[in-house]
Write a protein that binds this ligand. Structure first.
Ligand SMILES: *Cc1c(COP(=O)(O)O)cnc(C)c1O
Length: 478
């Protein structure tokens, strides 16, 4: 096990040398604020500091180390040139309070990204402020709420299918809506009859992702949007699965009124470990006036921060969102151009390839052509004494990141697999070979499969304790 950096400390070592006389003579800090006792900091040489952090980073699994089929997360390869571009000095050192005149370039980028996202989603206006998908959902629900308030309509319910991502009901509930769940049909699609049964004038909106979390395209989407609109309700599109549909269709064509995109999924920003991300929200014309302010507008000569939205819900984030993520997304969209369509083609092809290769050995509860991801069930393996969690842990010893497990909730022992477009056939074949090897191991020697991972820096942890009582502190010299 790696020791913590405090354990590597040796009194007197240092990675920097500052001239104490010089510091004192400059009076950087008022005498009264100076510490009386030295802080307890590790004392380590520069080289050892670097080795320490390199050693830590080598423990990480990342897209550069191997295949990362984490369903719903779109763990694609993110071109390194994006990093270079968002670190350009003019972008990096820009202060968010600078005057519009002094940051025309940055505003132009934001404006053009808004335009590109309008094009991609078919929406009429975009805010770049929200910091993630879930934040976009919250923004969307606030807009729904304000829209009906200004119309003097008391609508209290939001309909959400049982296959939805957990953030959907959470966002609706945070805005004070009552969440009405509808069950999916045996084929994984929204049950339109169940929808009709709960649909009346008390419903404000429905939240849907299409393709849904089973990786299936909702074929009745046009009927659903017609039913909702007939009752005066709105449709919210959870755009986290946009990697499946780029250039083929868009939420406007499906009848949606509000959309979020996860730039850190579909539009190539590294994610995992908590961010930063960006969840721009697009709306149809009649909802534009409710967007958070400012949006970026162009008067034919100058780009400017536009606060003139009559019924704005206000700000949802300090300043203008996570700008670095916006730069990466814009660079990616420009780089891909019309090839964005191929992103979805290849993502869907890769997912169907894996699905067909694996469905003989693992149960495929919804056996239909999938979009960019699909969901297997570990039920067969569980009967032999090995549940999905163990399959996930076993995979790690062959240097594959496990798929998303136990989500969506409507599939027992779920394994949700999303290869993305950036994986080669060779890599997919390696994954298939390992999955089939594990299936054989489970048939022949299930007990052995329970003893993994063995090759990872951290072996098996008690999942409950790790979640409920995380021990993240290093307490002195024990
Ligand atoms: C990832 C995801 C979200 C939430 O997005 P964040 O950016 O993680 O907040 C919502 N819905 C679906 C379907 C997702 O996959």
């Amino acid at each position: 096990m790696t020791s913590v950096i405090f354990e590597k400390s040796k009194i007197g070592l240092s990675a920097i040398s500052l001239c104490e006389e010089e510091i004192k003579s400059q009076n950087y800090v008022d005498e009264k604020y100076l510490r009386i006792k030295d802080a307890i900091l590790p004392e380590v040489s520069e080289l050892e500091v670097m080795r320490h952090y390199k050693e830590l980073s080598d423990k990480n699994f990342c897209i550069e180390s191997g295949f990362y089929p984490l369903g719903s997360c779109t763990m694609k390869y993110n071109p390194k040139v994006n990093e270079f571009l968002c670190n350009l000095e003019g972008f990096l050192n820009l202060h968010p309070n600078q005057k519009d005149d002094d940051c025309q370039g940055a505003l132009e980028l934001m404006y053009k990204l808004q335009e590109a996202l309008k094009n991609i989603t078919g929406m009429d206006a975009i805010t770049l402020q929200p910091a993630a998908g879930a934040h976009g959902e919250l923004t969307g629900m606030m807009i729904v709420k304000k829209y009906f308030e200004t119309r003097g309509e008391a609508r209290t319910k939001v309909i959400i299918p049982d296959s939805a991502h957990g953030t959907n009901p959470a966002s609706a509930a945070m805005c004070g809506f009552e969440v009405v769940e509808i069950k999916s049909l045996p084929n994984g699609q929204v049950d339109v009859e169940a929808l009709k049964a709960v649909l009346d004038e008390s419903v404000a909106a429905i939240m849907l992702t299409n393709p849904n979390t089973l990786g299936l395209f909702e074929e009745n989407i046009l009927e659903i949007s017609k039913l909702m609109h007939e009752k005066g309700a709105l449709l919210y599109y959870d755009g986290a699965n946009s990697n499946a549909i780029l250039g083929y269709t868009n939420p406007a064509k499906m009848g949606f009124d509000i959309v979020h995109l996860n730039l850190h999924k579909t539009f190539s920003t590294p994610h995992g470990g908590g961010g930063p991300g960006a969840g721009p929200v697009g709306v149809v014309e009649k909802l534009k006036e409710f967007l958070p302010v400012p949006i970026v507008s162009f008067d034919g000569e100058k780009y400017y921060r536009d606060y003139a939205l009559k019924n704005s819900i206000g700000k949802v984030k300090a300043f203008y969102g996570n700008f670095g993520v916006l730069v990466r997304a814009y660079a990616y969209i420009l780089m891909m151009g019309n090839d964005l369509k191929r992103v979805s083609e290849d993502a869907v092809l890769n997912a169907n390839y894996l699905k067909e290769k694996l469905k003989g050995d693992f149960l495929l509860p919804y056996d239909a052509p999938c979009m960019h991801e699909f969901v297997l069930s570990g039920d067969r393996q569980k009967e032999l004494g090995v549940d999905t969690l163990h399959i996930a842990k076993r995979l790690m010893d062959d240097k594959f990141h496990p798929p998303t497990v136990y989500f969506p909730l409507i599939v027992h022992e779920a394994m949700m697999i999303e290869p993305t477009e950036t994986e080669s056939k060779e890599r997919l074949d390696e994954f298939v070979a390992v999955m089939l090897k594990i299936a054989r191991e489970i048939e022949q020697n299930p007990d052995e499969v329970l003893n993994h991972p063995q090759k990872t820096p951290v072996k098996r942890v008690d999942e409950t304790l790790a979640a409920r009582k995380p021990d993240l502190r290093w307490i002195g010299n024990k």
